[in-house]
Design a protein around this ligand. Structure first.
Ligand code: PLP
Length: 434
């Protein structure tokens, strides 16, 4: 066999020697779609370039954070300035207060928040806080939602509502997930049954309000309303995991979208990440003052972090939030995302390919299914082989979407209408060959 001249192949071979699977986060390895991952050399605006200097229109944007596109001048300047002032102090800074104030002003269900370094850390601590604040152990989560890789959340459904979940990862003892109950997303009857059976023991219910880890599945308004009512009725905390949707689907995050449909709607605890860090390791969790004051050093729930509130990351997050707050930012981002989704739909229809899609703000998802799925089981009816052909067809044409059918896509402010049209044109060609 002729040796490959593809520099991505060479890098992957080298990476495999020193990093398990060649990657530092599994989905990057292209295992679901096959082929060689693209090693990114540099990125600018809506594009990145791989090891062969091939350009791609980027629809993953670091899995969500890059809402302004890559290398936005105001963000770059803020990061460069912060870096010259020091990388990390392990002591408080004014910028942490500024970022907290900014996030709280955008998501008013939170009265206080704490900054951490990853969504996993934020979700894990939100669970500990809910348990500490309620003095209860049980957690409800939903099949197809991902909340980071804390042990208690790496769970698949057990055999029934009376039994709790099974670990989805080796290394998680069954006892660690024995208090985590996994339910079907959007299933009101199951939710009611779970509260009827376990209500007095449930510390919290954690949910992705728009589930981006099963591509793009919205919680129905009815399901959302019942979840809120049942949590209130039984004294459990409603935890909104907005790591992906936070400041991405709307300036006020997904909860502001639901508050328009359900007057007065608010979660008790919100978990944020991605956009609020603008591409740097930064995440947060927050809620009402009385709950948040359960955290150390004020209260008995422990949480800490060497790099929490990192000065360079907070500068990056603040500069990003200041840009997305500009009047009309989300209208324009939503318009572009809608144009992409509608254009892909029209191209699929013209080619006779079953297709359904949805979007909110700068986040979108599509399925090679005639109707939008409502839960994980329905998402998994997608023809994986067909998706993989679509993925590689787009990749060859310089369009980079998530290398797995259960992942959402992201449009940034840097994507131009020309980028969107070029993407639709590329997809139209690929659809014809599906
Ligand atoms: N929660 C949701 C909804 C996510 O999408 C993710 C990551 O994609 C996480 C939590 C975990 O965040 P991180 O990867 O920063 O640990």
């Amino acid at each position: 066999m002729k040796p490959s001249t593809d520099l991505n192949d060479a890098l992957m071979a080298r990476a495999r020697q020193v990093i398990p699977g060649g990657v530092n986060s599994p989905v990057r390895a292209f295992r679901a779609v096959g082929g060689t991952p693209r090693f990114v050399q540099r990125a600018h605006g809506a594009y990145f370039w791989d090891a062969n200097d091939q350009r791609y229109i980027d629809y993953i944007g670091s899995w969500g954070p890059m809402i302004l596109g890559h290398g936005h001048p105001a963000v770059l300047e803020a990061v460069q300035k912060a870096a010259t002032e020091g990388f990390s102090f392990g002591a408080p800074t004014e910028r942490e207060i500024e970022l907290a104030e900014e996030i709280l002003s955008l998501v008013p269900s939170m009265e206080m928040l704490r900054l951490v370094s990853s969504g996993t850390e934020a979700g894990m601590t939100a669970i500990r806080l809910a348990r500490g604040a309620t003095g209860r152990s049980k957690i409800l989560k939903f099949e197809g939602c991902y909340h980071g890789h804390a042990d208690a959340l790496l769970v698949k459904a057990g055999s029934g509502l009376a039994t709790f979940g099974n670990p989805t990862s080796a290394g998680v003892p069954p006892e660690v997930v024995q208090h985590t109950l996994v339910l079907e997303y959007n299933n009101v009857a199951q939710l009611e049954e779970a509260f009827a059976l376990h209500g007095a023991d449930i510390a919290g219910l954690i949910i992705e309000p728009i589930a981006g880890n099963m591509n793009f599945v919205r919680a129905t308004p009815e399901f959302t309303r019942r979840a809120r009512e049942l949590c209130t009725q039984h004294g459990a905390l409603l935890i909104y995991d907005e790591v992906m949707t936070g400041c991405r689907v709307a300036l006020g995050s997904a909860q502001s979208v639901y508050a328009r449909l359900i007057p007065g709607f608010e979660p008790d605890i919100t978990v944020m990440g991605k956009v609020i860090g603008g591409g740097m390791p930064l995440a947060a969790f927050g809620g009402k003052r009385a709950v948040m004051e359960q955290l150390a050093p004020l209260g008995p729930v422990y949480q800490a972090g060497t790099l929490s509130g990192n000065p360079v990351a907070t500068a990056c997050g603040l500069a990003t939030l200041r840009e997305i707050k500009q009047p009309g930012f989300f209208d324009e981002l939503s318009r572009k995302t809608r144009r992409l989704v509608d254009g892909l739909g029209a191209a699929a229809q013209a080619a006779g390919v079953p297709f359904s899609a949805d979007c909110e703000g700068g986040m979108f998802g599509f399925f090679l299914l005639p109707e939008l799925p409502q839960n994980y089981g329905q998402v998994m009816k997608t023809d994986g082989e067909r998706f993989n052909r679509l993925f590689h067809g787009l990749l060859q044409r310089g369009v980079y979407i998530a290398p797995a059918l259960y992942e959402a896509g992201f449009v940034s402010a840097a994507h131009t209408d020309a980028d969107i049209y070029a993407t639709i044109a590329a997809a139209a060609e690929v659809f014809k060959s599906l």
